[in-house]
Ligand binder design. Sequence first.
Ligand SMILES: *[C@@H]1O[C@H](CO)[C@@H](O)[C@H](O)[C@H]1NC(C)=O
Ligand SMILES: *[C@@H]1O[C@H](CO)[C@@H](O)[C@H](O)[C@H]1NC(C)=O
Ligand SMILES: *[C@@H]1O[C@H](CO)[C@@H](O)[C@H](O)[C@H]1NC(C)=O
Ligand SMILES: *[C@@H]1O[C@H](CO)[C@@H](O)[C@H](O)[C@H]1NC(C)=O
Ligand SMILES: *[C@@H]1O[C@H](CO)[C@@H](O)[C@H](O)[C@H]1NC(C)=O
Ligand SMILES: *[C@@H]1O[C@H](CO)[C@@H](O)[C@H](O)[C@H]1NC(C)=O
Ligand SMILES: *[C@@H]1O[C@H](CO)[C@@H](O)[C@H](O)[C@H]1NC(C)=O
Ligand SMILES: *[C@@H]1O[C@H](CO)[C@@H](O)[C@H](O)[C@H]1NC(C)=O
Length: 545
Amino acid sequence: MHQSLVFSLLPFVLSGAAFAAPSPTSFDTECAKLANSLALPDYPGFKVNFAKFVSGGTELNLTADGVDASCLQYPRGPIPVDLCRVSLMVPTSSKGSRIFMEAWLPKDWNGRFLAVGNGNTNGCVQYADLSFGTQNKFATIGTDNGHNGTSAASFYNAPDVLEDFVYRALYTGTVVGKDVVKQFYKESHRKSYYTGCSAGGRLGWKAVQDFPEQFDGVVTGAPVINWNGQGSLQARAFKLLARDDPTAPTYITSEQFALLHEEVLRQCDHLDGATDGIVDDTLACRLDYKPILCSNNSTSPGCLSSVQADAIRKLYAPWIVNGTMLHPGVIYNGAEQDLQFVVYAPGAEVAIEEWFQYVISGNLNWTWHQFTDADALASYEANVFNIQTWEGDLSAFRDRGSKVLHWHGQADPAITVSVSDQYYEHVGKTMNATSEELDEFYRYFRAGGVSHCGGGPGPFFLGFTYGLDASADPEDNMLSRIVAWVEDGQAPETIRGTKFVNDDPTQGVAYRRKQCKHPKVNHYFGTGNGTDEEGWRCVEREASA
Ligand SMILES: *[C@@H]1O[C@H](CO)[C@@H](O)[C@H](O)[C@H]1NC(C)=O
Ligand SMILES: *[C@@H]1O[C@H](CO)[C@@H](O)[C@H](O)[C@H]1NC(C)=O
Ligand SMILES: *[C@@H]1O[C@H](CO)[C@@H](O)[C@H](O)[C@H]1NC(C)=O
Ligand SMILES: *[C@@H]1O[C@H](CO)[C@@H](O)[C@H](O)[C@H]1NC(C)=O
Ligand SMILES: *[C@@H]1O[C@H](CO)[C@@H](O)[C@H](O)[C@H]1NC(C)=O
Ligand SMILES: *[C@@H]1O[C@H](CO)[C@@H](O)[C@H](O)[C@H]1NC(C)=O
Ligand SMILES: *[C@@H]1O[C@H](CO)[C@@H](O)[C@H](O)[C@H]1NC(C)=O
Ligand SMILES: *[C@@H]1O[C@H](CO)[C@@H](O)[C@H](O)[C@H]1NC(C)=O
């Protein structure tokens, strides 16, 4: 008799009742058992906070779970399917650093492992992504980045906590998470994936660059891989545009931002063949300021003085200090009206100030007012634990057959797509690879009209987190997309976004649009205002400019 058949018959033989035998190991009791049975020999001192069955449809109550109040501001979904929810504390060094992590293990498991990552400097488990992963049947883990709550104060004089934030929380969470999966399901995962946006996109790239063995497929959105330059650029913008002084000559009013925005659309919206409020090729947009300068007798309210225009232009130009390129510059992208929030929104200074206070200067009185180019260089040169996630040699990742899908909203006002463009070029140069050669393992998509990790005038339901997916079809869902590429060799030529009426899925689809693989760009050859999906084609940039 075949061995596996012997084993599968065994429970019936032992129970003595071949019919209506009670399930000896029901999913919920196996889940609860994990609290005592989990063994992590490499992580002495680890603790299971709880392991409990939760049925699909249950809303999370993070307050009851003891999650720090500062983390409650982030979007989250419900527990989407029946699953085993495991909460753990895992030490990461002998010096007291640790990660808090959750593993969500669906009852109906697709055999795959997924890790997700966090935004900004925060120490908040990305619950929306845990929901997204398990909704798609992945065993999914997320960590708190090694610290609790949104504040970066825990980095102060605590290099181990900082090291967790930069890379070790995800690294450790992934090692532990795979082990939890194996012990729970009694078999290893088949393939391993990562998805994350913003600072979570950076973590995805960190894994691709430094821990290529961890993932078979990575989806990384709007990644803050120019970490040092990014924070500094925002501080620089505060100063250039006089963040706290509406009477200063370079303060830009919302009326002026609105006019700038309208002028960008007037000059650049049509370049992609469709006048639809979306700049589909931001690289083709070269703004001429003349029409909106007050000195040119503009009658428009919101015209700019030449001093104001010069200040804005500085932000939109490459920023080079003593030969070091700190940022390639903001781009004209139809998100100018959102840039005002990046510069002036209450609280926009907190993360930057915390970074310079707790990590770079050690001066807890540091405020953005005292920011200079020297601070920018100090952050760039300190490059703590190589947080600048900029390694260009991805051959180890390529050679093991892994794939990375990189995407970035072109209407992102904060982490501009120019940084992703620059990195893509950097990889090509470092690896001496053409775009066709990179295509084997690295594909990069610029999503027109999409803001920072969603939102914006364009079709931003791209399938990368809970609630922002139109379907589970690979065409509409980047997680299914990366699986199809990794496991079936179906490499993506486009990724498709959906625009819902009033951005509300219950009101129906307004239109769908495929986004092109860089360096090709989207151009409209159809009729009307660009809502015909088949009217768009990916073309060489020259042809559309
Ligand atoms: C969540 O838990 C807190 C603390 O246990 C409780 O006060 C609150 O009512 C709960 N909220 C919901 C919606 O159940
Ligand atoms: C985080 O801080 C909250 C208090 O705000 C506390 O209740 C909770 O236990 C902490 N969680 C972790 C994982 O340290
Ligand atoms: C004023 O604006 C017009 C229209 O854009 C432009 O042609 C002209 O060169 C501008 N003149 C100056 C002095 O900026
Ligand atoms: C502005 O308008 C006045 C009167 O129409 C004209 O004399 C002047 O040359 C104009 N200036 C510019 C910069 O176009
Ligand atoms: C910060 O400012 C306070 C009050 O002005 C002062 O007492 C303290 O010495 C300052 N600390 C540093 C590190 O400069
Ligand atoms: C740039 O280099 C010059 C000459 O070495 C030096 O004086 C200056 O301080 C440097 N600027 C910064 C921001 O470091
Ligand atoms: C880059 O690749 C091309 C063609 O494969 C080759 O001719 C060239 O020598 C390579 N350059 C470097 C720097 O490796
Ligand atoms: C595009 O045109 C269609 C048909 O005229 C209209 O229903 C739709 O609102 C327009 N969409 C935009 C974004 O202007």
